[in-house]
Design a protein around this ligand. Sequence first.
Ligand SMILES: C[S@@+](CC[C@H](N)C(=O)[O-])C[C@H]1O[C@@H](n2cnc3c(N)ncnc32)[C@H](O)[C@@H]1O
Length: 352
Amino acid sequence: MTTRYKYSNPIPVRIYRTQKEFLNELMYIQSLYQKGGFIVVRLINMNSISELVEKGESGVFCGDCVTLLKDIPDNSIDLILSDIPYGIGLDDWDVLHKNTNSAYGGSSPAQAKSAAFKKRGKPINGWSEADKQIPREYYDWCMTWTPEWTRVLKPGGSAFVFAGRRFGHRAATALEDAGLNLRDILGWQKDRALHRAQRLSVVFERRGDRDAAGIWEGWRVGNLKPVFEPIIWTFKPYKVTIADNVLEHGLGAYNHQVFKENIGNLNNILHVPQGKKDMGLHAAQKPEYLMKMLIELVTIKGQVVLDPFAGSGTTGVVAANLGRRFIMIERERKFYDTIKKRLESQQTDLFD
Ligand SMILES: C[S@@+](CC[C@H](N)C(=O)[O-])C[C@H]1O[C@@H](n2cnc3c(N)ncnc32)[C@H](O)[C@@H]1O
């Protein structure tokens, strides 16, 4: 172990021999500089998001956002940009209901091996009463954090939420019930999407029912190819005119000019293909360019972007590269570690 520790009042200083060593322990950075072959990092109390926000720094936290959000000061965040769990069984972290009906929550051998959709999203033998409660339970789950979002946002600050087509309306209602206003529902249009719709004739053939198979030839069970994902755009109400709010908080309007430069039009459907670098870190990884467009739409340099469901950290990595500060929270250690590695590969941009 080559780490050496030095303490100076009031901020402890820890000295690392290599950047890798430092990044392995990174929680957040107050400042970073080279000295005599060492990388010197000044650290603040690692458990305190509030102190981080007050000191105007960026950081990543591993833990449950429902708890950690409570430590963020009121009216301190300029933008919340988050790809929340959609509640559709993409993985264990995406199961947000208490339904133990295995016809719903179970997984087939094929699903267990699959990289995505590890849990069954729909029941196989009709909908039980417990199955029907799932959208409501998703709303209840959203209500465990939406009031905190409202509290921490500055007046006029936006919250963009990726929330899926099936339960996004529940998330929108929870945000509204917690005090935010709905501005719009944008669409992220993808180039590719998993399309699973079983042929009905095949189901009947397997049952040996050739008549039904013939009648229902050409019909499918499932959804149309899901090439768009909704982005719910809400904002915190302000008490003055929007122009006065812009003067007071720097929030409330959107950057028409930069948005047009970024996407070439002013439509609310954002067509952003997933490039190679937008895949492989997380099953729900979002394109960096999409995050860039949303961040630049409503913030200026120096403002703070919060992502309480950070995944592989796309929001914070992009925010940092755009000169915005970031706070990210991720509960799963393996994704938190991914974020750290990702920040490491971005370090030149981040620390310039
Ligand atoms: C949809 S993914 C985000 C993916 C991200 N947009 C990306 O580009 O990688 C949501 C993440 O929220 C995390 N999560 C779920 N519940 C959480 C909680 N209560 N607190 C913090 N993170 C949570 C999951 O572990 C998951 O990684």
